[in-house]
Design a protein around this ligand. Structure first.
Ligand SMILES: Nc1nc2c(c(=O)[nH]1)N[C@H]1C(S)=C(S)[C@@H](COP(=O)(O)OP(=O)(O)OC[C@H]3O[C@@H](n4cnc5c(=O)[nH]c(N)nc54)[C@H](O)[C@@H]3O)O[C@H]1N2
Ligand SMILES: Nc1nc2c(c(=O)[nH]1)N[C@H]1C(S)=C(S)[C@@H](COP(=O)(O)OP(=O)(O)OC[C@H]3O[C@@H](n4cnc5c(=O)[nH]c(N)nc54)[C@H](O)[C@@H]3O)O[C@H]1N2
Ligand code: SF4
Ligand SMILES: [Mo]
Length: 815
């Protein structure tokens, strides 16, 4: 008989538990959590009570763009205490310690969490209801393989899909992303391939746009700030998004101390990176950075402050001298700024003030300061680009680096996000995907409902002119982008509820997430602590590192490592040999390490066992600080960029062609110039009459997206809230800490108001990633962001514009 499991035990009173706890990360906290069942270690021969405490190197492999070593104290098969890197110096730049943040240090609470999935399960009620019955692994493998075989027969491999899923991005064998090296891709490729995707949820807009200008996204490393006189950050918040000891925030801070560089922070929010360390905070309306740059460009041009020699030598299309022949007369940047271009509008500081809300006197003053303080590290986070007009914004910010000649020099920067060095290491080969069609990663819901209508010119398909099939099968390993992290949760739930469209959703996770609740088959994976792996791509500016993430404890409950799970399905599909090549997980690790040793002399003297013992290996970039486009700057003829002209394309002929040939939706703007474009649902959208507040998101210190979102102590350390200016709050009768409703046509969420002058009036902000907790009436009660976001993609990359939203806010119980 199958045991009925209606949902997992998610109802531990987390806030009550905290009454007994004081210190974040202290061992005492475990005692308070004893109500959480801890599975007894399997395969043990020594009675647990006789075991000595052991110390095992493990890692936090989530997608925060850091990677951190964790040193697990293990007793009686249970992790009792978590420490971090204790090797190397406490001095910046000298192989400093890579210290985990509070999230990684709370790993026990993720491993021993009441939301932990325990057994393979099969959906019983309707899809999304969260009702499951327990099944055996054998039944799970059979069920998945039989459906896969049927769907491949009926619809072909092009109807299979792997969504964006970054839960174990730092792992090596267990890596969930990116496709060229993820284990899920290897599985799909071993059974004939699947529909591909391009772009990411992180940086679709900027990564698509910048290559049109520079040929790449390269940037100087943050350590190079020690050679800068000025740091100009556009929507960059390393204090929250690059928090760890290996992360950028520490390096940038130390570098600024060395060079005594001033820091200007441009952000609608007074973010934590400003946090008292900034010289100036410039609050700006979301989506209008390009207009700010243009107002400054006007001042620089009219006051003769631009670096004309740089623009003449290295750029195409700044003025008439270098404008490509195919362009219309006066289609150059300078004419556009001075009002001699097609729109006839001079981009004066007065013009920019109306759009950005930055006072014109500030625009004039900052233009003079940025143009005359060199070198300047002009850098953008990915906040400004995660918008409906994000492609235009990201290039416009880079234009400031070109106007001031800061590209290709030490202490300067390209205007892109910080560059970093990683250690070359051989990864699990994912094999080739025979299916060449790729959808924009954000548009998977469209590919479920109208895939066969999607085309290259209308929907940004790559590798094919059109799709032959809608998506019918999704394998979601270590991702929450089906529900929590994808836009417009209510629309997605509607789409998934029609089981004739998406025929099967397999979810492999550690926890009962909102995505897991929609699974047809739900499989419990091991955490990083329960298996042996390498943790890759760690970087601290110009220092790279790799971590040996050893197995600290036995798999909990009936969990299996992903390698065994996918091997099990592959076996039923007759593809086990192709998938495993006859190796176990440990054999793969030894094999990959051996290959790395033969390619990278750095590892030759360190044996596998020594690496295991040592835990972390650090290496400095042999080239010192990374300086993007250095060779091009030194000799642009000998070292051209990879753009068609070999130069920086201020005017892009390729973009001009795209703008002419693509079928764009009304309101979508692609320009050959890096200039301001109004955003759909931006500050001047007529919809503001109904929904007057611009809502931006930010990546929050208490979570990594939704991961760690169910760890009680983290939740308490930084509560979920919506930031609202006292002026907007007073107009709505909202008090600090009061519960409010945030809503628009797509949905509603409820959360506490944080009434604070740290946000521009007319703008509200909320951390993304809080777990979706609906009440059955489609209202979320946990400040889960994506009930409010749209699935309409941005124009060029067809990326996620999740920071562009119009909403209204009202006090709960208020008028
Ligand atoms: N509104 C809004 N939405 C956003 C963003 C935003 O700014 N605003 N940001 C976007 C961005 S940049 C990103 S990168 C995406 C991130 O979206 P996702 O890639 O979905 O990231 P997470 O929410 O961290 O989900 C990771 C999942 O992996 C699971 N997991 C963690 N470790 C393991 C493991 O060892 N094994 C298995 N099987 N599962 C594991 C976690 O439990 C979690 O369910 O979100 C995007 N969504
Ligand atoms: N703690 C933590 N760290 C993380 C993550 C996490 O979830 N938690 N996620 C990781 C991942 S996958 C990613 S992709 C990165 C994300 O890194 P980012 O995309 O850079 O992070 P965000 O917080 O979305 O945006 C950075 C800042 O931009 C501001 N901003 C938003 N819109 C605008 C605008 O129009 N103009 C300007 N000037 N500023 C704007 C926001 O207020 C915010 O302070 O972070 C990584 N690091
Ligand atoms: S969440 Fe990021 S910074 Fe924190 S411990 Fe994990 S990898 Fe390190
Ligand atoms: Mo991301």
């Amino acid at each position: 008989m199958h045991k009925l499991v209606s949902d997992q035990p998610t109802s531990l009173p987390r806030r009550d538990l905290l009454k007994n706890s004081v210190v974040l990360g202290s061992a005492a906290l475990v005692a308070n959590n004893l109500s959480i069942p801890i599975a007894k270690a399997q395969n043990q021969t020594t009675p647990p009570s006789l075991q000595e405490e052991k110390l095992v190197w493990s890692a936090c492999t989530v997608n925060c763009h850091s990677r951190c070593p964790l040193r697990m104290h293990v007793k009686d098969g249970v992790i009792t205490y978590v420490e971090t890197d204790n090797l190397g110096e406490d001095i910046y730049g000298d192989f400093h310690q890579v210290r985990a943040c509070a999230r990684g240090r709370s790993m026990r609470r993720r491993v021993y969490n009441p939301d932990r999935l325990k057994y393979p399960m099969k959906r019983i009620g309707k899809r999304g209801e969260g009702k499951f019955k327990r099944i055996s692994w054998e039944e799970a493998f059979e069920e998945i393989a039989n459906n896969l075989k049927r769907i491949i027969k009926e619809h072909g491999n092009e109807s299979l899909y792997l969504p964006f899923a970054t839960g174990t991005i730092g792992a090596t064998v267990a890596a969930s992303y990116p496709p060229p090296r993820s284990i899920a891709s290897r599985f799909m490729n071993s059974i004939g391939g699947c529909l591909g995707h391009h772009g990411t949820y992180s940086y679709s807009q900027i990564f698509e746009a910048m290559p049109f200008m520079y040929g790449s996204n390269a940037a100087n490393s943050p350590t190079d700030i020690e050679n800068s006189k000025l740091v100009v950050y556009f929507g960059n918040n390393p204090a929250e998004t690059r928090m760890s000891g290996g992360g950028v925030t520490y390096l940038a801070q130390q570098a600024m101390e060395r060079s005594q560089a001033k820091m200007i922070m441009i952000d609608p929010r007074y973010n934590d990176t400003a946090g008292g360390r900034e010289d100036e905070w410039v609050p700006i309306r979301p989506g209008t950075d390009a207009a700010f740059v243009e107002g400054m460009a006007y001042v620089m041009i009219t006051e003769n402050l631009v670096d004309q020699a740089f623009l003449d030598t290295y750029c195409v299309g700044y003025d008439e001298k270098t404008l490509p022949a195919s362009a219309k007369p006066n289609a150059h940047y300078k004419a556009y700024i001075l009002g001699d271009g097609e729109d006839g509008i001079a981009k004066t500081p007065e013009w920019a003030e109306k759009i950005t809300s930055i006072p014109k006197a500030t625009i004039v003053r900052l233009a003079r300061e940025i143009a005359t303080t060199k070198p300047a590290y002009i850098c953008q986070g990915w906040g400004p680009q995660r918008h409906a007009n994000g492609e235009q914004t990201s290039r416009a910010i880079a234009m400031l680096a070109c106007l001031t000649g800061n590209v290709g020099i030490s202490g300067g920067n390209s205007g892109s996000r910080e560059g970093f060095y990683t250690i070359p290491f051989v990864r699990l080969p994912a094999m080739d995907n025979p299916i060449k069609a790729k959808i924009p990663i954000f548009m998977w819901t469209d590919a479920v409902t109208r895939g066969t209508e999607m085309t290259a010119l209308k929907d940004g398909l790559k590798g094919a002119e059109k799709l032959n099939k809608n998506i019918k099968f999704i394998l979601n390993y270590a991702g929450n982008c089906i529900i929590n992290q994808h836009s417009d949760i209510n629309r997605t739930l509607d789409i998934l509820s029609d089981e004739s469209q998406l025929e099967m959703l397999v979810v492999i996770d550690n926890h009962m997430t909102s995505t897991a609740k929609c699974a047809d088959i739900l499989l419990p994976d091991c955490t990083t602590s329960e298996q042996m792996d390498f943790c890759m791509d760690g970087s601290a500016g110009n220092m790279g590192y790799v971590i040996f993430a050893d197995k600290a404890i036995e798999p909990q409950f009936e969990c299996k490592p992903i390698y065994e799970i996918l091997s099990g399905i592959a076996e039923k599909m007759g593809a086990k040999e192709i998938f495993t090549e006859g190796r176990t997980q440990e054999e793969w690790l030894r094999h990959l390490y051996q290959q790395t040793q033969s390619k990278n002399p750095f590892f030759q003297d360190i044996s596998f066992e020594e690496f295991r013992e040592r835990g972390i290996i650090k290496q400095k970039d042999p080239n010192g600080h990374m300086v993007a486009f250095k060779k091009f700057r030194e000799d642009p003829i000998a070292n051209p960029l990879t753009t068609p002209s070999g130069k920086i394309e201020v005017y892009s002929e390729r973009l001009a062609k795209i703008a002419e040939t693509w079928e764009l939706q009304e309101g979508d703007i692609i320009s050959p110039l890096p200039i301001y474009a109004p955003a759909v649902e931006g500050w001047d959208d007529p919809k503001r009459a109904q929904y007057p507040l611009q809502l931006v998101g930010f990546h929050y210190k208490s979570r990594v997206h939704s991961t760690y979102g169910n760890v009680d102590v983290l939740d308490q350390a930084s509560l979920q809230s919506v930031w609202i200016n006292p002026i907007d709050a007073a107009q709505r009768g909202i008090k600090h800490n009061q519960m409010v409703r945030i809503f628009n046509d797509r949905g509603e969420t409820r959360v506490m108001a944080n009434v604070t002058p740290r946000i521009l009036p007319g703008v509200v902000a909320m951390g993304e990633g809080a777990w979706y907790k609906p009440d059955g009436q489609k209202v979320d009660h946990n400040g889960s962001f994506n009930v409010l976001t749209t699935q309409r993609p941005s124009p060029l990359s067809k990326g996620n514009p999740q920071h562009t939203n119009l909403v209204q806010i009202a006090a709960v119980g208020g008028a």
